[in-house]
Design a protein around this ligand. Structure first.
Ligand SMILES: Cc1cc2nc3c(=O)[nH]c(=O)nc-3n(C[C@H](O)[C@H](O)[C@H](O)COP(=O)(O)OP(=O)(O)OC[C@H]3O[C@@H](n4cnc5c(N)ncnc54)[C@H](O)[C@@H]3O)c2cc1C
Length: 395
């Protein structure tokens, strides 16, 4: 057993940390201002020209395609590398992500075949195309098996009808992975199929945005007799649910990493403040309540780190049976960061409430972590069900 991060990943971590310090942290004031000013719109939090420049600079220093296969223009460094990169990036609140986004990449890698590799997978893997995934509906979120969007086979084509909500990045996506029922009698066990729906398809509309807490602005997406060909079936008909679950697992692992990045930022703000700020003749650092706030945030973050890195490592070993662990790290990470940022805000008093600091932004941004990719209750329920049915796993 070796707990040291390989030299290659330590170098990668340091490169991302420098990029964050030099490029992302200086943009934070602008991100906070843009978020405050955008009101009920989906205006981007990083100006598009600035984002393009960030992507160019990142690529220049070797930050691209971290977990994308080399044959598709990536570096194939794996999920542990991606975990390290995501945590470092989330030390800053500037919402910059290195393309490609891992969860959809994972799903496309598992399922793309024939011409789909050239048309969707390669441009996605090398960052030329963007995508989103449409699972949630007004009547089906935590329980996606209850989805109603249907795809029917008529005259040699699939015809999709239905409505999705809360679809992140839909307006910017070149294609959307759409989950639809193809056999209602089978449900999630053979009755749900994934389709690749191109931007601008006849009958596809993205009429409105949901302005949610924090930095996100997902969309409502409607399908009104949207026709797609057999070539746009992702994977095989009826078998969309399994690859979709694996994809969700990748995002759950990433959410734990985002939580660690934000928590490290909170700790880095708390420690000097505790040492320097004096009340009643003594530094805050002398008060036990402040010491515990720091100690608990650190310990909780470290415990999330090791289970998350173990999960990423397992993914790199080619293991596929990691649903329980993905649920666990997502649950623990999302609840851990909420406690940490709350403590940091308390420690900073009035300043902690202001938009002059990143804490207020983190406080709102991380609230979503406990909802999307499955609310906390669903993960607890899934973990319990798994243990109750199968007993304890070996260490
Ligand atoms: C900003 C944002 C971005 C999103 N991006 C996407 C996206 O890109 N693509 C996509 O498809 N979806 C996306 N979603 C949707 C998200 O995944 C769902 O909102 C989430 O899965 C919860 O589903 P729901 O909202 O229907 O809540 P519901 O399923 O109605 O659940 C509501 C609450 O009920 C409780 N609950 C539900 N079931 C149980 C249970 N069995 N036991 C105990 N308690 C329970 C939980 O507290 C839960 O929070 C996004 C959502 C948001 C807010």
């Amino acid at each position: 057993m070796d707990f040291t991060l390989p030299e290659e990943l330590r170098m990668l971590r340091d490169t991302v940390a420098r990029f964050v310090k030099e490029e992302l942290i200086p943009l934070e004031k602008d991100v906070i201002r843009r978020e405050a000013e955008r009101g009920l719109t989906d205006a981007p939090l990083i100006a598009p020209e600035v984002e393009r420049e960030l992507e160019r600079k990142a690529r220049e220093i070797g930050l691209y395609g971290i977990d994308a296969p080399e044959e598709y223009g990536g570096q194939n460094l794996g999920m542990l590398a991606k975990a390290v990169v995501v945590e470092e990036l989330k030390y800053s609140i500037t919402p910059f992500t290195l393309p490609p986004d891992s969860p959809n990449l994972w799903m496309l890698r598992e399922t793309c075949k024939g011409d789909q590799i050239q048309k969707y997978l390669i441009p996605y893997a090398n960052g030329e195309k963007k995508s989103s995934i449409a699972i949630t509906e007004p009547g089906a979120g935590s329980d996606p098996a209850g989805m109603k969007t249907r795809a029917e086979y008529k005259n040699g084509k699939w015809v999709i009808n239905g409505q999705k909500i809360f679809i992140s990045g839909a307006r910017k996506a070149d294609f959307i992975i759409v989950m639809a029922v193809t056999d209602a009698s089978k449900g999630s066990r053979g009755g749900i199929t994934a389709f690749l729906v191109d931007k601008g398809s006849q009958g596809l509309s993205i009429p409105s945005v949901f302005n949610t807490v924090g930095e996100h602005a997902p969309y409502a997406v409607f399908f009104d007799n949207v026709e797609v060909t057999d070539d746009q079936v992702l994977g095989t008909v009826g078998n969309g649910f399994g690859p979709m679950q694996n994809r969700l697992g990748v995002r759950r692992m990433e959410i734990a990493c985002r939580a660690m990045g934000y928590t490290r930022r909170c700790l880095d703000l708390m420690i000097p403040q505790a040492n320097e700020r004096r009340t009643f003749g003594a530094p805050l650092a002398d008060r036990q309540s402040v010491q515990w706030a720091i100690a608990d945030s650190w310990q909780e973050m470290e415990m999330v780190r090791w289970v998350t890195w173990r999960l990423a490592w397992k993914m790199d070993q080619g293991e596929r049976n990691w649903r329980r662990e993905a649920a666990m790290v997502k649950l623990q990470g999302s609840e851990m960061v909420a406690r940490a940022v709350d403590r940091a805000m308390q420690l900073f008093g009035g300043m902690g409430m202001t938009k002059d600091m990143p804490l207020e932004y983190i406080f709102r941004a991380c609230r979503l972590f406990r909802i999307y990719e499955g609310p906390s209750e669903i993960h607890r329920w899934f973990i319990a069900r798994d243990l109750l049915r199968n007993g304890l796993p070996a260490h």
